[in-house]
Structures are given as C-alpha cells and as structure tokens.
Design a protein around this ligand. Structure first.
Ligand SMILES: Nc1ncnc2c1ncn2[C@@H]1O[C@H](COP(=O)(O)OP(=O)(O)O)[C@@H](O)[C@H]1O
Ligand SMILES: [Mg+2]
Length: 329
C-alpha cells in the first residue's frame, strides 16, 4: 500500500487518492521512473494521465532535463511531422530557416505524446523508427539526427480498439507498450472524491485568499454521487468555481452548479440498490466526518454519537485511511 506519507517521500504528494484501484497504478510510478522504458498511459480525459507522466519524469534520472507535453490530436495533420521532427532550411516554401522539432527540444528528457492514436500513419512510422534506432530525419533533410528522449504516450480511448481499427499501428503499439498504467475513472474510485474535494478546496481557498470552506454532508454526498464524465479535471473546476463565486458560510449544493445528472443507475434489485446506497452513505459520512475532524477518530466518533470502537470498525470496513485526512488539510 502506498500511504499518503509514503507518497510524500516518493514525490507523489500531488497525486491525491487512496482507493486501491488508483494506488495499484500509482505505485508503479516510482518503479518505472527508474528504468528508461517507454510507458503507455490509458484513461479517460481528466483522470491524471499528464500528471502521472510528469511524476514519472520528475522521479527519473532525466528530471533536470525538459518534460515536453504534446497533444497529438490538437496538431493539424499536415503539420505533425514538422512539429515533432523539425525541418531543414528550404524543406518547403516558406521554410527560410532550419527549425528543430519537439523531439530535439526534449533532448535528454521526456516527451509526453497525448492522444497518440491521433498521429497520422506516416508520423507513426517515423516515431517507431525513432524508438528502435533513436534516429529520425527532419523534413527535407538528407542527414539523420539522433536524440536521447524517453517517450511516454497516452490515449483516452481503448488501445485495443485503436489497434483493431487500424488507427494505431500495431508495431508502434507493441513497441510503446512496455509498461502500462491504466488510470481509473473518478466513478470507479468515488471513495476518493472527499479527499480530492478537500484538496482542491484548500488549494483554491489559499490561491484566492478565501477563508477555509466547510463542506456539509449533503454537499459531500452530491459530489460523491455525481458521475463526473470529466473526471478529476471536472471536479477541480467545480470546486474552483464554487470557491470563487460563493458568498459566505458553508458550501451549498447550489454553489456546485452541477449539471443535472442523467445517469439512470443500472437496473438492480431493490435489495442490491439499497445496499449500494447504504454503503455509499456510510463511506461518505465517515469521510466527511474525518475531514471535519482532521483525521481525529475519537472526536469524529463523538460527533457521530458512536462509540470509538464501532466507528473504528466502520473505518476498517471501508478501508479508509484516517491518517490521510490529517495530511490532506
Ligand atoms: N490524482 C490527482 N490528484 C490531484 N490532482 C489531479 C489528480 N488527477 C488529476 N488531477 C488534476 O486534474 C487535472 C487534469 O489532469 P490531467 O493529468 O491533465 O488529466 P488527463 O491528462 O488524463 O486529461 C489537472 O489539473 C490535474 O492536476
Ligand atoms: Mg491531458
């Protein structure tokens, strides 16, 4: 288990979350950082792919060299090769001077290729060659260049589908897929929502010089039950907006301005549905209390009017790390 304290030590303190699905992936980061293999990161938008790529870079021996993030899906197709590999003087009309590409700018460091499956095929071939030989040819150049760059690639679609549909070349995929991080969506780790909410509340209260914000239980529950299609990024924006626009007093559900949630929960038996809501309620309730009491179990139990032992059992049942609420705020 990677506890918050260990995460601090590993330089991962900005990666908030204690759920096992999240930690299972995060604990790979210090391991992969140490050896120079390519990494593939898969996860929906806003799940922290770039944040993890940065963590890998800054924990690696390349940390004092550049980290260069590139969104492959955002570069017009006809410019991609030019951007990545650069060009020679006179490579095309208007190319008055030679220009190094992003690979060259990443020399010694790490290039983060987000939405890798949007790279046009020719660029994919060039990239594969670079991965194999560490060599590439700028546009219009007869000479080959070399660069010492680690590649971390990411996508928010399923790599298997991208390969099966021919969008991502299989040979490039296999070459990149040395180590794989699969980041869970926020829905799959909803138990981390209170911790993330507290982290962003504190971050933005400090940044905008607002007094600290209290989060009542109903607000925490609304946050936990919402489906977060935009994942952590969306949660961060919701909290940021609430901190800026809130008048005074505790946070209210209205302050969140959550879009009306249209997720019909999958049809379950009454019993299952009730058990799921109960489980969710227990977890959110305990987390909200621990947050309010800064991880102090005795005073949280007292506020819940439960004896300490019974409260502790609940914490154990939900595998909540009471300690992390001390360091979160
Ligand atoms: N586990 C996390 N802890 C703290 N902040 C996070 C976490 N995951 C994502 N974020 C924040 O959410 C936003 C989106 O993260 P990002 O890494 O850009 O996601 P992606 O690349 O998957 O779209 C960033 O502001 C990032 O700092
Ligand atoms: Mg991103």
């Amino acid at each position: 288990m990677v506890s918050q304290a260990l995460k601090e030590k590993l330089g991962l303190r900005h990666l908030i979350g204690n759920s096992s699905v999240f930690l299972q992936e995060v604990k790979k980061i210090p391991l992969v950082a140490g050896f120079d293999a390519s990494v593939l990161i898969c996860g929906e938008t806003g799940t922290g792919k770039e944040l993890c790529a940065r963590a890998i870079h800054y924990l690696s021996p390349r940390s004092d060299k550049p980290f260069v993030p590139v969104n492959c899906g955002a570069i017009p197709v006809e410019l991609v090769e030019n951007e990545l590999f650069g060009h020679e003087r006179g490579a095309y009309t208007g190319a008055h001077t030679a220009q190094p590409g992003l690979l060259k700018q990443s020399e010694g460091g790490t290039i983060f290729l987000d939405e890798i499956d949007w790279l046009p095929h020719l660029a994919q071939v060039k990239l594969l060659r670079f991965l194999q030989e560490k060599e590439y040819r700028p546009l219009g150049s007869t000479a080959v260049c070399t660069a010492d760059v680690r590649i971390i690639a990411a996508s928010n679609s399923d790599f298997n589908v991208s390969v099966a549909t021919g969008k991502l070349r299989a040979d490039l995929f296999y070459r990149l897929n040395v180590v794989r991080l699969n980041l869970p969506s926020l829905r799959e780790r909803s138990e981390d929502i209170p911790l993330l909410a507290a982290y962003f509340l504190q971050k933005y209260a400090r940044e905008f010089k607002r007094s600290s914000v209290e989060v009542p239980l109903d607000v925490m529950q609304a946050l936990t039950l919402y489906q977060w299609p935009g994942n952590v990024r969306e949660l961060e924006h919701v909290i940021k907006r609430a901190v800026i626009l809130r008048e005074s007093g505790p946070l209210s559900i209205a302050d969140l301005e959550l879009p009306v949630d249209n997720t019909p929960s999958a049809v379950q038996s009454f019993r299952e549905a009730k058990a799921a809501v109960l489980r969710q309620f227990e977890r959110t309730y305990i987390q909200a209390l621990l947050l309010a009491h800064r991880g102090n179990i005795t005073s949280a139990a007292r506020a819940a009017r439960k004896n300490r032992r019974a409260f502790w059992e609940l914490i154990r049942k939900h595998a909540i790390d009471a300690h992390s609420f001390r360091s979160a705020i």
